[in-house]
Design a protein around this ligand. Sequence first.
Ligand SMILES: C[S@@+](CC[C@H](N)C(=O)[O-])C[C@H]1O[C@@H](n2cnc3c(N)ncnc32)[C@H](O)[C@@H]1O
Length: 304
Amino acid sequence: MDRPPRPSPLAPSPAPAPQAREFEFTARDFEEVRRLIHQHAGISLSDAKTDMVYSRLARRLRAVGARSFQDYLGRLKAGDDAEWEAFVNALTTNLTAFFREAHHFTILKDFLKTRRERPITIWSSASSTGEEPYSIAMAAVEAFGDFGNTPVKVLASDLDTNVLRRAQEGVYPVDRLGKLAEAQQRRFFLKGTGNREGQVRVRPELGAMVSYFRLNLLDAVWSIKGPVDAIFCRNVMIYFDKPTQYKILQKMKPLLKPDGLLFLGHSEALYHASDLFRLRGQTVYVHAESQGARGDGREARGRG
Ligand SMILES: C[S@@+](CC[C@H](N)C(=O)[O-])C[C@H]1O[C@@H](n2cnc3c(N)ncnc32)[C@H](O)[C@@H]1O
C-alpha cells in the first residue's frame, strides 16, 4: 500500500480528520462517552481509541437518526434502555478464539480429573461469542472420555447481548477451528452444507453443556449462584482500572470453592490483589489462603 507523504518537520502537523467525518466528534464528546462507558461497564478507554469510538458510535447515530453526538448522548442519558444496551455492545471488544492460551485447557483437564463433588461447575465470566465456554466443555468431555460421563456444567456470561446471541447460536466460520485436530472437529461440530457451506455448528450435546446469561461484572448484584469449581475471567480485566479489578475479584472470591481455580489472561497479573488470590502458575490463581500457592503473586514459570 502507498504511504502518504511524510509532513515536513517544519510544517504544522495536519489536523486530524474531523472535517472528513460525517458527524462532528469533539474532545468533549469523547470525554462524555468515556465517562459513560466507564460508569456502565467499567471499561477504561484510552485516547488512542478515539477513532474506534467514533466509527462504532457513528453507526448508532445513523441507526437512531441522531443529528450529532450531543443529540445522541442526550437521548442516551434521557434513559432509553434499548439504546444503552446498543451503546455498550458497540464499545466492547470481543476478540476471542477456541483454545486460546491452550495451556489453560491442559491444566483444566488435570484439575477436572481430581474433582470428587458432582456436578462440577465452571464459570466463563466474559464468554464473548462462545469460543471459551465451548473450549471448556470440549476439554471436559476429553477429560472424562465421553459426553455421557462428563459431570460438568459450564455457565457462560457476558455483558454484550449481541455476542451472547451469537454464542448461543454456536455457528462459526470453519476457519475458526484452526487449532482443533480433525478428530476434535468431527467430534464436537457439525459441518454446514448448502447455504451453510463453510460454516460449522457446535453439536447439540456440546451446546447442552453450556448455559448463557447476561452479567455485567460491574453490577452490584450478580445473577450467579456459587460456589463454582473454576472461574475463567480472561482478557477482560485489561479493560478495567485497578480499583474496579479489585472489587470484581472481591466479589468472585466467595463464588469460587476454596480449592477452586481462577484463570486469567496472560497479561493480567494480580499483584495488587494478592490478599485475595495467589498465583499457582501460568496465570492460574487459587485462594490466597490455600496451601501450596506462591506468596509473591508472581509467575512461577513462563507465561502462556
Ligand atoms: C476480549 S473478550 C475476551 C473473551 C474471552 N474471555 C477470551 O479470553 O477469549 C472480552 C469480553 O469481555 C466482555 N466485557 C467487557 N466488559 C464487561 C463487563 N463489565 N462485564 C462482563 N463482560 C464484559 C466483552 O463484551 C467481551 O466479550
